[in-house]
Design a protein around this ligand. Structure first.
Ligand code: FAD
Ligand code: FES
Length: 300
């Protein structure tokens, strides 16, 4: 974790209420794993006083894994994000991070099913790129934080994105995801793109299909290990949790909590999880033990 000034390269509208800000990171300062987050000082001085947490949408790293550029996708919802939207090229943006624990994808071959709601798409573009790079990499030492020591598998990973939003305009970054060639299914509240309804209904339908595993299966007769990932508004994640817990499907959720310090000191971000001790539950600090947590541990 480092605290540093990054230089804003661009800050562009990315839909009606959404923006993408790109920053240049000082050389050889930070490495990053998919699903970690940065705590950003959104204003130019001390207003707002508290930093705001943001997932990384896209990352450009050098061959040794040092981050060179970071993209953040954000919706303007209040004081902090309004201040962030006001930054322009050349401005300095103070970042703290990378923070927390990111995604831990299973080894290939696996079927990765990402469930995103609105701006909850943010960590999945980079995760999909990471999984595809991990599949392609066949020699040691490749890429940033690949989590498998850069060994790679040579397999093209099976990735399905289930993406939900209120309207087609709120499917932020959909065109970026489409360029990756992964399977994408969408759901909108008003039916303006994909199925009319909730993205969690797509997840249920997918998990309840008789044969849910893609073909060809490299190990005939055995299912791919299935890994669900979720990120979106709390009610969506509650529903995803209920769906996967009822079916015993492994699922990693990136939780959205209000944060204060971002480093485990203030307790603002706690979340109730199951434990093996006498009480059967405890609180964890999402900024340190998350934001990605195992859905099986969550107490609904
Ligand atoms: C780990 C993590 C990663 C995140 N990544 C992204 C991202 O990539 N893109 C993005 O747009 N947002 C992301 N968020 C949410 C983002 O941090 C909040 O939208 C931001 O802090 C709002 O700040 P604000 O000052 O503009 O809003 P405020 O003025 O503080 O609040 C405005 C409104 O937004 C609501 N709100 C504020 N923060 C949150 C929150 N964390 N969750 C739900 N509702 C909130 C408030 O209740 C209020 O109604 C992430 C949150 C976490 C915890
Ligand atoms: S934000 Fe302070 S403990 Fe998590």
């Amino acid at each position: 974790m480092r605290q540093f000034d990054a230089r804003v390269l661009s800050n562009d509208a990315y839909g009606p209420a959404c923006r993408k800000i790109r920053v240049e990171v000082p050389e050889r300062l930070v490495r990053y794993d998919p699903g970690q987050f940065f705590h950003i000082r959104c204003g130019r001085g001390t207003d707002p006083l508290l930093r705001r947490p943001f997932s990384v949408y896209a990352v450009d790293a050098d061959p040794d894994g040092w981050v060179r550029r970071l993209d953040f996708l954000f919706t303007v919802v209040g004081h902090g994000t309004r201040a962030l939207a006001a930054h322009g090229p050349g401005d300095a943006l103070n970042l703290l991070g990378p923070l927390g624990r990111g995604f831990a994808p299973p080894p290939e071959p696996a079927w990765h099913v990402m469930v995103a709601g609105g701006v909850g798409i943010a960590p999945f573009y980079d995760l999909a790129i990471h999984l595809m790079a991990r599949g392609r990499t066949s020699t040691a030492g490749g890429g940033k934080g690949t989590g498998d020591g850069g060994r790679g598998t040579g397999e093209k990973p099976q990735i399905t994105l289930l993406f939900g939003a209120r309207t087609r305009q709120d499917l932020y970054g959909l065109s970026d995801l489409e360029t990756l060639g992964i399977e994408i299914r969408t759901a909108t509240d008003d039916g303006s793109h994909g199925t009319k309804g909730y993205v969690t209904e797509l997840l249920e339908a997918l998990l309840d299909r008789k044969s849910v595993f893609p073909t060809p299966n490299p190990k005939p007769g055995t299912p791919y290990p299935l890994q669900v990932y979720g990120c979106g508004p709390p009610p969506m994640l509650d529903r995803v949790t209920a769906i996967v817990q009822a079916r015993g499907v492994p699922c990693q959720l990136s939780l959205d909590r209000r944060m204060g310090c971002g480093v485990g000191a203030c307790g603002a971000c706690v979340c109730k999880v199951k434990t093996d001790d006498a009480d059967g539950w405890n609180y964890i600090r999402i900024c340190r033990m998350g934001p990605v947590v195992d859905a099986a541990r969550l107490v609904l």
